[in-house]
Design a protein around this ligand. Structure first.
Ligand code: PHB
Ligand code: FE
Length: 335
């Protein structure tokens, strides 16, 4: 095994003399940005050079999630072509490996990297390519432009602490409730959400066990979009609500069943097969609707207005292997 410092080595060029951005290399993949686009290039399995282009705003929003979530559960697809797959100690970087057309043409590539190596490269690329005034976690109407030549940086936005409760938001010693004073004002879309908190009357000695809080008020004060945070944790049952506006910047490929509860407003989901990208379903979720995403699907959501979504995850580290062995189901219910 290489030493951690060796694994975290990032291969980057000098900044481009005109545009100001560095190029990055990871295995056989090369990443370059210009004023509008991110360009990813690689050599296909049969030796041909190939490249792929993404809008740089969409690329940085996807990269931000991949970095902040430690490569998430299963696959994080930046679009129909490129993405990562988390193996929890190592990570695949792939182009076209889950795109039936590219796979058939033999132009796909998948390489595996130690997590430290890909994490360090992605973090440095995100930092170098994000200009002052652009926050990849913010809704497009609440942040500046990602475009143009290099202009400063936005370290504060890129290094936000993940908001993860250990047991439950608001318990003594756990993740605090959001308030104006803590820099979390109510979002413009949720001005009508009541901010009162439930009354708690635990018996003496049970103050750390009996608990409740106003989840709608908590979510109304989220400063970011498409960023599930743990609000309660019971064994491997993680309640991960989030506020959504515009497009989920990734197509998430599940490696387990995942539940959605639409708590307000509306999100439309495009669901496709995880391995081929073949479209499978369009799911329109209105306030009060619940859905479960099977372990074999990828999904991307569209939220026309800022909305509240509860994502419920089974965080068991064994689940993915139980599903692979056929010991756990890929769907939550069989009709
Ligand atoms: C998901 O992939 O299931 C997901 C990710 C982020 C969100 C919502 C859903 O904000
Ligand atoms: Fe998902």
């Amino acid at each position: 095994m290489n030493a951690p410092a060796e694994l975290a080595k990032v291969i980057a060029s000098q900044p481009d003399a005109t545009l100001g951005y560095k190029d990055f290399q990871l295995g056989s993949f090369r990443f370059r940005r210009d004023e509008y686009f991110a360009h990813i290039s690689w050599t296909t399995r049969d030796g041909r050079p190939l490249s792929h282009t993404m809008d740089v705003g969409a690329f940085l929003r996807a990269l931000m999630r991949d970095v902040a979530w430690g490569f998430f559960y299963g696959g994080v697809n930046f679009d129909d072509v490129i993405g990562t797959v988390n193996h929890y100690k190592s990570v695949d970087l792939q182009a076209g490996a889950f795109n039936a057309t590219m796979k058939q043409a033999g132009v796909d590539l998948l390489e595996n990297f130690p997590t430290e190596q890909i994490a360090a490269t992605f973090a440095e690329m995100l930092d170098d390519w994000t200009n002052a005034g652009f926050d990849p976690f913010a809704a497009p109407q609440e942040t500046g432009s990602p475009y143009g030549r290099k202009n400063g940086s936005n370290v504060k936005a890129l290094t936000r602490a993940r908001e993860l409760a250990t047991r439950c938001v608001g318990l003594p010693g756990d993740l605090a409730l959001r308030t104006d004073e803590r820099g979390a004002p109510v979002n413009r879309a949720f001005a009508d959400v009541p901010q009162d908190e439930p009354e708690l009357h635990p018996e003496p000695g049970f103050e750390k066990e009996v608990h409740a809080f106003n989840l709608f008020a908590f979510l109304s004060r989220s400063q970011v979009t498409w960023n599930p945070s743990f609000t309660s944790v019971v064994k491997y049952s993680y309640m991960c609500p989030t506020t959504e506006e515009h497009i989920l910047p990734i197509l998430h490929s599940n490696d387990r069943v995942e539940w959605f509860f639409q708590m307000s407003d509306e999100i439309a989901w495009d669901c496709a097969h995880r391995d081929s990208g073949r479209p499978m379903a369009r799911v329109i979720m209105k306030a009060g609707d619940m859905a479960a995403m099977p372990a074999y699907c990828r999904h991307q959501g569209y939220s026309p207005k800022r909305s509240m979504l509860l994502v419920w995850e089974n965080g068991s580290p064994n689940l993915v292997y139980e599903i692979q062995k056929g010991d756990a189901p890929e769907v939550p219910v069989q009709f």
